[in-house]
Ligand binder design. Structure first.
Ligand code: PEP
Ligand code: MN
Length: 340
């Protein structure tokens, strides 16, 4: 932590700050400039966040942390990429994985048909929501446990592992009985009790970035999961809220590059929720692969016009096949291969 004192601070002001710094367990190194005095505080900042409160002292101009607050998810902690094992699929390694399936599980027929279709085009995991975090309480809220049963049928029929969202700590145990990967959605990206409960299952967790979440906040949410003893986290960028409304959200491609640099965790991109419109999903998917993502999450529905949620952004099975064909050469240029 670096503390800059205001111009005109006297010896007594410097002493007062130095005493406070020492009280918090840091060593204080005083650097006297011509106009200003700077105090460098040496110690492990991750255990001593309290120094930030020294900003209230009248002689203090600024208090700036020099270390990141996350630790377990950082490249400094672990230099090599984390590779997760999801039912034999290696996530985050040389193979590029595509998770595909409907926004919501609606019927057995719709679920099985979509699972078969996405599998035949090369998806390696199947997604579908049974607990839906809808903005409006009047919209379809998901089928709950019967929906989880349909996902299980899809896994039994296709062998594809299941990614499905859990919205509340009290549902974690139920959802974890069916899911191979627990999804934590954008609206719950900073729901600390949910992060902790999901972590405790020991299952891999796909963690979406919050609707207006900073990259740091996203990585700290992942840190919560790791702190609770589970480092099997897949980060998922899904677009953030900006002033631009041409798409539902703005896909933050820079988040992929930043997350890959800062952390050792696999990074996926969900262009479906970023775009909010089917005709933008393929171009955004191509960009995500080229930016270095480890995988994609794509919404697919046999009949999007009749979908109970997110109809406008879901791809028809043949459009999904087109997406897979278009990303394949980019995946290969990036030194990877598509999962089979
Ligand atoms: C979803 O994946 O179905 C979903 C609701 O996504 P998000 O949390 O990113 O809005
Ligand atoms: Mn959706």
């Amino acid at each position: 932590m670096i503390i800059v004192l205001k111009i005109g601070s006297n010896e007594q002001d410097i002493q007062q700050v130095t005493d406070a710094v020492k009280q918090f367990g840091y060593e204080a190194k005083i650097i006297r400039g011509v106009e200003r005095t700077v105090i460098a505080c040496v110690g492990d900042e991750r255990n001593h966040h309290t120094l930030e409160s020294l900003i209230v002292l009248p002689q203090v101009e600024s208090v700036t942390p020099i270390q990141k607050k996350y630790k377990l998810v950082s490249r400094e902690y672990r230099a090599q990429d984390t590779v997760l094992d999801v039912a034999g699929r290696k996530i985050g390694g040389d193979t590029f994985h595509v998770v595909a399936g409907p926004c919501s599980v609606e019927t057995t027929q719709q679920t099985l048909e979509t699972a078969q279709a996405v599998k035949s085009s090369g998806a390696t995991l199947f997604r579908g929501g049974a607990f839906k975090p809808r903005t409006s309480p009047y919209d379809f809220q998901g089928l709950g446990q019967p929906g989880l049963e349909m996902l299980k049928e899809a896994r039994d029929a296709t062998g594809l592992p299941i990614v499905t969202e859990v919205m509340a700590p009290h549902d974690v145990e139920l959802v974890a009985r069916y899911a191979d990967v627990l999804q934590i959605g954008a609206r719950n990206a900073q729901n600390i009790p949910l992060l902790a409960a999901a972590a405790a299952t020991g299952k891999p967790i796909l963690l979406k970035r919050g609707l207006s979440g900073l990259i740091d906040e996203w990585l700290l949410a992942a840190e919560y999961i790791c702190v609770h003893g589970n480092s099997q986290v897949i980060l998922c960028e899904r677009g953030i809220r900006t002033f631009e409304h041409a798409c539902r959200n703005t896909l933050d491609i820079s988040a992929v590059a930043v997350a890959k640099k800062e952390t050792h965790l696999p990074v996926f991109v969900d262009p479906s929720h970023a775009a909010g419109r089917h005709d933008m999903v393929i171009p955004l998917a191509r960009a995500a692969v080229a930016a270095g993502a480890d995988g994609l999450l794509i919404e697919v529905h046999p009949n999007p016009a009749m979908a109970l949620s997110d109809g406008g952004q879901q791809l028809k099975p043949q459009q999904f096949a087109q997406l897979m064909a278009e990303i394949r050469p980019i995946v290969e240029v990036m030194g990877r291969r598509l999962g089979a």
